[in-house]
Design a protein around this ligand. Structure first.
Ligand code: SF4
Length: 482
């Protein structure tokens, strides 16, 4: 069996570029080669008018890692005819049939199979008003209706038309797509995400005066974030002023990583997974990872079992954290973990933390922690604090010298709130957690307790409890993991 780890190489996907445009006539093949050399895993070239659609289709036919979309841009809505619409449908349909023989469902790691991966770009542009607004709306509605019929995602262009764009999408019932080169405000981003849409960030996030966009790029939930160049337009710094090309996407990724406090590699993994799932391209590893990297820390995912059933727990609604699949097919053995860790000293820290409670496998944690420490590594455990309840004894003294820090979920100010939020398997679990914290303070150098800022949680009382126990305190944001 192949072991899944975060060491498997992850590359970026440029989800929106216009490779067929005249700006690339002189060096199109070289541009595409440079994108490949820069490590891009796929490019999606976007159709916007008749010539753009045919040009994109030619390119996706020629290059295995180039995909295309078909659709009519609001600028050109005045030229949209029934014949053109029929043609768009034929292109989309032909390319969808490409996937014969049938491929497995996306969740199982398969591809949709076709090279036309979306309808777009479509939408409304009230800034330039190149087409009458009512015509833009009509053309937008028709293409949305078709996308829904054939179950393809849509690429949305919206400029100074927020209210109408959101209204028409809602009315259409389309629930998957992306707001490309997002330039709206926070409210628009939240509404779009609430409707199931992704938000794609482009080069302007690197501009000095783009503070508002950076604020948005900072808070988009991982599972709704995409990245694009919109090449040949919107060139990121440090190349602003030149023609844009897909290889420059690494600068946009670095900028987004900076504002979100993660590594560029994390942004690549997150956005690539999202692009694959939305557009049905590439393979998604079907097995969960037993070790995964975020920033320069290595996390060990040793079990998916837990003695709590917290209402906010991400494992109840997603298999993924920062683009890593954490849904295990088996609980890894000690040797398997050693193999994927390699040299423990090359990681800033090694953390027992996955989709479950690590102290359910206490013997393995102890053995592995001892090996990591002997090999020059640093160890942290993220736990729900049920270790003593699970093992029916005080296990904390056994961790002395093996663990550098421990983070314990306190989660509530009293037993009643704890039972409501965490739904523990044990009676008096809250009391057990408090005892575990106080024992940890005696034997482990760095102890931190955390709460999630949920309704009903008295953060100030929890903070006071932590201070009285002499341990550090941290408030975790709901739905922000890793
Ligand atoms: S303790 Fe952690 S892993 Fe267990 S249910 Fe709660 S959030 Fe999920």
């Amino acid at each position: 069996m192949k072991v899944q780890t975060s060491e498997n190489k992850i590359a970026l996907i440029d989800t929106h570029c216009h490779l067929e445009m005249d700006e690339f006539n002189k060096d199109r093949d070289a541009v595409i080669r440079r994108a490949r050399d820069a490590g891009l895993e796929a490019l999606i070239t976007i159709g916007s008018d008749l010539a753009g659609n045919t040009g994109g289709l030619e390119l996706s036919g020629k290059y295995d890692f180039v995909y295309s979309t078909v659709g009519f841009h609001p600028h050109d809505a005045k030229d949209f005819t029934d014949e053109i619409f029929t043609q768009i449908k034929e292109w989309a349909n032909e390319c969808r049939l490409f996937g014969n023989p049938p491929v497995p469902p996306l969740e199982k790691g398969g591809e949709r199979g076709g090279k036309v991966v979306a309808i777009g770009e479509i939408g409304l542009d009230y800034h330039y008003d190149h087409s009458p607004r009512e015509v833009q709306q009509e053309v937008f509605r028709r293409q949305l209706e078709y996308a829904k019929e054939v179950d393809l995602p849509v690429i949305i262009h919206s400029r100074e038309a927020t209210k109408d764009t959101l209204y028409i999408i809602k009315e259409s019932g389309v629930k998957k797509g992306v707001f490309h080169c997002f330039s709206g405000d926070m409210d628009m981003a939240k509404t779009a995400i609430g409707m199931g849409f992704h938000i794609s960030i482009a080069g302007p996030v690197t501009f000095k005066n783009a503070q508002r966009l950076r604020e948005i790029a900072k808070v988009i939930p991982d599972e709704y974030l995409l990245i694009e160049t919109d090449a040949p337009f919107l060139t990121p710094e440090p190349f602003r002023g030149r023609r844009n090309e897909p290889a420059y996407i690494v600068h946009t990724a670095a900028s987004i990583a900076g504002v979100r406090g993660v590594a560029a590699e994390d942004i690549a993994r997150i956005t690539t997974l999202n692009a694959k799932r939305l557009f049905g391209i590439g393979r998604i590893p079907p097995e969960g990872e037993i070790a995964y990297k975020i920033r320069d820390t290595l996390y060990l995912n040793i079990t998916n079992r837990c003695t709590n059933r917290c209402g906010f727990c991400i494992r109840f609604h997603s298999d993924y954290v920062k683009g890593h699949n954490l849904r295990l097919s088996h609980e890894p053995a000690e040797e398997e973990l050693k193999q994927v860790i390699g040299d423990p000293s090359r990681h800033k820290e090694i953390v027992f933390c996955g989709y479950g409670e690590p102290l359910l496998r206490f013997d393995l944690v102890k053995n592995l922690a001892a090996w990591i420490k002997q090999s020059g590594g640093r160890v942290r455990i993220n736990t729900n604090g049920h270790g003593n309840l699970i093992n029916s004894r005080n296990i904390v003294p056994e961790l002395q010298g093996l663990v550098d820090s421990i983070s314990i979920s306190l989660d509530a100010q009293d037993e009643e709130t704890y039972d409501r939020i965490c739904r523990p398997a044990y009676k008096n679990a809250y009391h057990g957690v408090m005892e575990f914290i106080s024992e940890s303070k005696k034997y482990i150098p760095n102890v931190q307790v955390t709460v999630v800022n949920l309704e009903g949680v008295d953060v100030e009382r929890c903070k006071k409890t932590a201070e009285e126990m002499g341990v550090r305190f941290r408030v975790r944001k709901l739905d922000v993991v890793g």
